[in-house]
Design a protein around this ligand. Structure first.
Ligand code: G6P
Length: 617
């Protein structure tokens, strides 16, 4: 999704802005641009494709020394197209007709059509198909009519409908950047330095320069100058902001010895889960301690939990339903973040709404949480991105502790969020049952998990062999049952996201009601067939696939010789407690998808059209 970076200070803005955009590349984008304010000059450059195309253009700019020193205010943008195709004309920044105001924008101006008609009637000439361009014409129009930059900006923001983040520069007042946040679609963080200030859509964009961060909330406008910043509401009310110190391990955001971030992030999962568990379970007794999420509210557990999430986090939530219902015996409803608020859900004040989101910024998940808040439920979240919006609007949060996830496709945050729900389930059960009950022994099971994961991560050859055998297939089917059905869904999602092979995940027992029609000798079927309560049932699905000529790739329990006789290929995993088995069976899915994508020459870390955090509806 769109990324924004801004800088004002003594240094040349270009390097800081481009460096920041590079840190945000993982979010996904299709074009990029910068605006730089110099001595009486507003310079913009834009390019489609990767940042390197923009950099090439910037290299060919003829800077004279005075210019180079002068360009100490700038902003940059990576665009993920919503309104208008991927063209240079649609890339941001957009500049007013008089060349004096520039804007970058993340989100959607919902009333853009009406505003465009109004502006066209007053003689505005549009040079793009974007909704964003109305903003810059409005600001410039108000300034032409006599308003100063800040007033014109406020007047414009008051007219915009929809969720968005907006950043403006003006040649008329070349000592400030104005940024605004409306709704949830675009975050704006202000970074405080010494004699210099930064701004970005997400913390990683500026974290290299400062850890002192202030977050803009809905309807807030920041005016950022070299010496500091001040914030008002769009209506003009004073706002005082607190500054947060962000902890961050920069080293873990580098690829190191790995070829891709996705590969690195798959391989660091055992460590991520160790961190997730650390200090949260007393292994001597099995007691679970969740500092930042007290399951009891006024002494009562929620009578029901609605879990809202999108993409991979949704499949994590589906696993979580088995965990929370199985361990804590509290009913769970899992909802697509994008659907919950459109069906008037029966959420009550005795319920909890749990948002699962690695980024903490997914607009649909945030909207579902807001719906829960409105209906009086307590709001919980599981997030990886500390300080994100989801955390800030929650009554309680479990941090994933997976470390920065840069690959667009979630891997380690998927497993971390499953383990967090396991911890939550145990904590809920313990809060209700006191000192006894199965949850204590179940929590102790977590101590084995990292080493079991390492066993799956240590096996190497099978995945590349599978990729070499199956990389030319057009379709894949993934089957699982029970708690491993969501893992079949995730296996299919991972494969389609990174290798662009069409894949479907299905509950194995439903295969005979449809997907069986697709099976022939060109169709690989990945069957999660571990030794659990549904093992025999899965074997019979394997037989049904084989009877129609399909190729079975099984995920099976170490030592299972029976499956080896029936399946074409087997990816073995160690014996695990059934409730923790998804954490283990997901790893072969990730590794298979990764190897397939590499073999097909795909852009593993930034697949086409995808974004790391989707901040629009
Ligand atoms: C995007 C990403 C997915 C991710 C989903 C939800 O679609 O490409 O990998 O699972 O958003 O993201 P969240 O940050 O809410 O977990």
């Amino acid at each position: 999704m769109c990324g924004i970076v801004g800088y004002i200070g003594p240094q040349h803005a270009t390097d800081i802005v481009i460096g920041g955009l590079r840190k945000l590349e993982y979010r996904g984008y299709d074009s990029a641009g910068v605006a730089l304010l110099g001595v009486d000059r507003l310079l913009t450059e834009r390019a489609t494709g990767k940042l390197v195309n923009l950099e090439r253009k910037l290299h060919s700019v003829e800077w004279d020394d005075a210019d180079a020193r002068g360009y100490s205010i700038g902003m940059g943008h990576t665009r993920w197209a919503t309104h208008g195709g991927v063209t240079e004309a649609n890339a941001h920044p957009h500049v007013s007709m008089n060349g004096r105001v520039a804007v970058v924008h993340n989100g959607i101006v919902e009333n853009a059509i009406d505003l465009r008609h109004e502006l066209l009637a007053t003689g505005a000439v549009f040079t793009s198909e974007t909704d964003t361009e109305v903003i810059v014409h409005l600001v410039a129009g108000y300034m032409t009519a006599g308003m100063l930059f800040e007033r014109a900006a406020h007047a414009t923001f008051a007219r915009l409908r929809g969720s968005q983040a907006i950043v403006l520069l003006s040649l008329d007042e070349p000592d400030k950047i104005i940024a605004c946040r409306i709704g949830n679609a675009g975050g704006v963080v202000v970074g405080i330095g010494a004699g210099e200030m930064f701004l970005a859509s997400d913390i990683p964009g500026i974290l290299e320069h400062t850890r002192r961060i202030a977050f803009l909330e809905n309807q807030e406008v920041a005016v950022i100058q070299r010496s500091g910043f001040r914030v008002r509401t769009i209506n003009g009310g004073e706002v005082s902001k607190t500054v947060t110190n962000i902890p961050y391990d920069m080293v873990s955001a580098e690829k190191g010895e790995y070829r891709h971030f996705m590969q690195k992030e798959i391989f660091e999962q055992a460590r991520a889960i160790t961190d997730t568990i650390r200090g949260r379970v007393d292994f001597a007794t099995g007691r679970v301690m969740l500092d930042a999420l007290n399951p009891l509210n006024g002494g009562l557990l929620p009578s029901k939990i609605f879990t809202a999430a999108c993409g991979t986090s949704l499949y994590s939530a589906m696993v979580g339903k088995f965990l929370i219902e199985g361990i804590a015996r509290i009913p769970v409803e899992v909802e697509h973040g994008s659907e919950l608020r459109y069906r008037d859900p029966l959420i009550q004040s005795t319920h909890a709404v749990l948002g699962i989101t690695q980024s903490g910024e997914t607009a649909d998940t945030l909207a579902a949480m807001a719906e829960g808040r409105e209906k009086g439920a307590r709001i919980w979240s599981i997030v990886n991105n500390i300080g994100s919006q989801a955390q800030r609007v929650s009554d309680g949060t479990i941090a994933m502790r997976a470390g920065p996830e840069i690959g667009v496709c979630s891997t380690k945050t998927f497993l971390a969020s499953i383990v967090d729900q396991y911890l939550l389930a145990c904590a809920l059960a313990q809060a209700r049952d006191g000192h006894s009950g199965a949850s204590f022994a179940l929590a102790q099971q977590l101590s084995h998990l990292p080493s079991l994961m390492s066993q799956v991560l240590d096996k190497n050859s099978i995945y590349a062999e599978l990729a070499s055998e199956f990389h030319d297939r057009e379709h894949f089917l993934f089957l699982g049952r029970g708690i491993n059905y969501p893992i079949a869904l995730e296996g299919a999602l991972k494969l389609k996201e990174v290798s662009y092979i069409h894949a479907e995940g299905y509950p194995a027992g439903e295969m005979k009601h449809g997907p069986i029609a697709l099976i022939d000798e060109r169709m690989p079927v990945v069957c999660i067939c571990i030794k659990d309560a549904v093992y025999e049932k899965m074997l019979s699905q394997v037989e049904q696939v084989k009877a129609r000529g399909g190729k079975v790739i099984a995920v099976a329990t170490e030592g299972d010789t029976e499956i080896a006789k029936r399946a074409d290929r087997v990816m073995y995993v160690p014996v695990t407690h059934p409730l923790l088995s998804p954490v283990i069976t997901a790893i072969p899915m990730q590794r298979l998808a990764y190897e397939m994508a590499v073999r097909r020459g795909c852009d593993v870390d930034q697949p086409r059209n995808l974004a790391k955090s989707v901040t629009v509806e």
